[in-house]
Write a protein that binds this ligand. Structure first.
Ligand SMILES: *Cc1c(COP(=O)(O)O)cnc(C)c1O
Length: 426
């Protein structure tokens, strides 16, 4: 599928008068329409709810948009819980899916009455010691081990993943929890990441529904919800066929009707914890070409670097690039598009065919709306960029300012560096 930027060169030239590059830009309209399509696909399930995976795009303005659309939050840490609270997402609208969880994080999750999703059977005791009791509603994360395949295609390797209860532990865990007074149970699993196929959710749902029916039969536990978690992917590469969320919803419905309805479990709510699928395509990293280098290869040096978007450096991930204003020009030049880190993996693209590009051109790096800004870091003393929101009416709002050196030095308490540099006391 052809990839088009959701902004033009003219729009970006206006934005940079107020907000210099690099910045992440999000498309409110795209996010809202996408969430509505997701909810429509699962509208057949009465209790359906999307708990947006906060770690994908932890910005209160984005969470607020998602809240308005009826989403909850999937949190994995103390600060993500705080962020949810700040935007007014509370209680059963929060799924706390953490692992190797510190006690104070469980305590805050319980204080906020979030739904706790346990990652391990030993956390039953840990949680009880932390809280002094066991909540009436609890979820357990399942990991069947082995490989997760669709037909002959291996999608991922849960057997090598640190998460979740084994099958046997699910049964033991449910029995123990039931004795401890749990009344409503959830089952959660995340078995393959960034799947670009309509089959992942239906196949996963089938496995979890069968497990739910068995757990109900053998332990008498009331299964209140099945959480299909994240994992629906996006087509980063233009050759990839995007997922069809309507088809995915129908596939899950068939499994539900074949397994849960006959088991007398037609009240089970379906939950999802999508991150990438929700916001991924609706974010751009906008950056300016500031250097051109002609050595053993042709390089475009840009003002963003891997600290703004780690995926290419970390996973060698493909991110499509559009040279704004040159969309229709022949893509007859081969470039490496590189950032300024002292790390040779700081390359947004290698051997990429692009139109002839000049210093001063603006590039859009696509699909940075999830696991983009949020994976940022400060290596080489680089600062995090701003985040901007393109509102539905075409206006642009600063939803996170760029870091300044003051932010970078703010944590040197007691070493007086901050005070020497900035001359004020905090
Ligand atoms: C990361 C994560 C998600 C979201 O994953 P996506 O790939 O962004 O859909 C959901 N649930 C849990 C527990 C996660 O760790």
């Amino acid at each position: 599928m052809e990839k088009k930027a959701f902004v033009t060169r003219e729009q970006v030239e206006k934005m940079v008068r107020d907000y210099p590059t690099p910045f992440h830009l999000y498309d409110e309209k795209g996010i809202r329409e996408n969430v509505r399509a997701l909810q429509k696909a699962f509208a057949w399930n009465k209790g359906y709810k999307e708990f947006f995976a906060v770690k994908a795009a932890p910005n209160p303005f984005l969470l607020d948009i998602l809240k308005q659309e009826g989403c909850g939050c999937d949190c994995s840490s103390y600060t993500e819980l705080m962020l949810s609270r700040a935007v007014g997402i509370q209680g059963g609208d929060i799924m706390f899916s953490s692992n190797e969880t510190p006690a104070e994080e469980y305590a805050l999750a319980e204080q906020m009455k979030a739904i706790i999703n346990l990652d391990d059977i030993t956390h039953i005791d840990f949680l009880e010691r932390t809280l002094g009791y066991i909540p009436k509603t609890l979820s357990c994360r399942f990991n069947p081990g082995g490989y997760f395949s669709l037909g002959t295609d291996i999608m991922d390797n849960p057997g090598d993943a640190k998460y979740g209860f084994t099958r046997e532990q699910m049964f033991d865990g449910f029995r123990i929890l039931k004795e401890k007074g749990v009344e409503h149970f959830g089952i959660h699993a995340f078995l393959a990441s960034n799947t670009v196929t309509n089959e992942y959710y239906p196949v996963l749902a089938r496995q979890l529904f069968e497990l739910a029916a068995e757990l109900h039969r053998e332990t008498g536990a009331h299964i209140a919800f099945v959480n299909l978690s994240g994992g629906i992917g996006i087509p980063y590469h233009p050759d990839q066929e995007p997922n069809d969320i309507g088809v995915i919803g129908e596939g899950v419905r068939r499994a539900y009707e074949e397994i849960l309805i006959p088991a007398g479990m037609g009240d089970v709510a379906l939950y999802t914890e999508l991150g990438r699928f929700i916001t991924g395509p609706f974010g751009h990293l906008v950056t300016k070409v500031i250097h051109q280098k002609h050595t053993h290869k042709e390089y475009l040096g840009v003002d963003a670097c891997a600290v703004n978007l780690m995926r290419p450096a970390m996973y060698r991930a493909y991110h499509h690039i559009t040279v704004l204003g040159k969309e229709e020009a022949p893509h007859d030049r081969k470039y490496d598009v590189v950032g300024s880190l002292c790390e040779n993996n700081d390359k947004f693209a290698v051997d990429r065919m692009l139109p002839e590009t000049e210093i001063g051109d603006y590039l859009v790096i696509h699909d940075t709306g999830a696991h983009g800004f949020s994976m940022g870091y400060n290596y080489n003393g680089k600062l995090r960029s701003a985040e901007l929101l393109l509102r539905e009416d075409g206006s642009v709002e600063l939803i996170r300012r760029a870091e300044t050196p003051k932010d970078y030095f703010a944590t040197f308490d007691g070493f007086a560096v901050y005070d020497k540099l900035f001359g004020d006391k905090r």
